[in-house]
Design a protein around this ligand. Sequence first.
Ligand SMILES: Cc1cc2nc3c(=O)[nH]c(=O)nc-3n(C[C@H](O)[C@H](O)[C@H](O)COP(=O)(O)O)c2cc1C
Length: 365
Amino acid sequence: MSHNTFGHLFRVTTWGESHGPALGCVVDGCPPGLTFTSADIQSFLDRRKPGQSRFVTQRREADEVRILSGVMPSPDGQGHTTTGTPVSLLIENTDQRSKDYGEIARQYRPGHADYTYDVKYGIRDYRGGGRSSARETAARVAAGALARLVVPGVTIRGALVQIGKHRIDRSRFDWAEVERNPFFCPDPGTVPVWEDYLDGIRKAGSSVGAVVEVVADGVPAGLGAPLYGKLDQDIASLLMSINAVKGVEIGNGFEAAEITGEENADEMRMGNDGKPLFLSNHAGGILGGISTGAPIVARFAVKPTSSILTPRQSIDADGQQVEVRTKGRHDPCVGIRAVPVGEAMLACAIADHYLRDRGQTGRLK
Ligand SMILES: Cc1cc2nc3c(=O)[nH]c(=O)nc-3n(C[C@H](O)[C@H](O)[C@H](O)COP(=O)(O)O)c2cc1C
């Protein structure tokens, strides 16, 4: 299975399966001289790790990261400093339960990657889905933690803005709220609604989709490489590479199709700080594939988890008709744990483009 690498100068390769001994990533091209502690990386992995509430999979993984290469002790002795050589990060799998997957070893879960992996490779790691499992996204989050260090002054945050048909009330959007509830929900008023709704979904053995919003503040103007390395193009590609993502929009996205040019125009004025100021941000911080300096805003739609208890019609590897009922521990709404993953992919896209911009234009912004 090829294509496990993304990025040009900040180049990430992930490896490992859901039920193998470990998984991880190699970040090649990480600039030298970045200083961080293991806890800096761990804090992002902790936000993604399973088993943290009744609304996510009950698989128990500590997701403790080990740094194997590419660093030396930092001058203060408290952490690590990158040397510019490949940084290898390892996360052990400790709570595999392969027997849960015995029944689906030869059956194709509708909506999952079982059929397509089989038809393409002729062999499939059915234990937890192997590489199609979102366990792999732990490695992306670890790489994203390093990517966040690359561009000075950038803040990357994510939030869940919709579960099923239940959207947040944007007038109550509060980033501080995101870390106070198990949904990464920025609207305290929506939390009890989601709690009730997801409890029902979970008890019924069902699942539901969601929408995640990710935002990067402080990205300098000028990142992006038109025509075929546009910043929005690369962000969309990386977000779309996350398991279960079925749609991506930048800025106002599909809403742009419904409004007029006057409404959509992000008018400009000179700000008091002598820098251009956009009076709105329908463009999501990107024009012509290049960052404007305004916040970069992207949203992605995550489909409902395909592994559900409700029996669904399918076929097995012999072409026999079967009814599939997936046991095991699954996320009733994968959108929740996709929030830190989306942040990581946005961070990697921006880090890569920052280095590419410096490579081409040769100047600091
Ligand atoms: C954070 C996260 C957790 C996920 N957890 C599950 C899960 O518990 N069970 C499941 O069937 N799919 C889960 N998925 C989705 C599958 O990995 C995904 O649907 C599968 O690889 C097929 O790929 P596709 O949906 O992109 O076509 C999860 C996805 C993400 C991002």
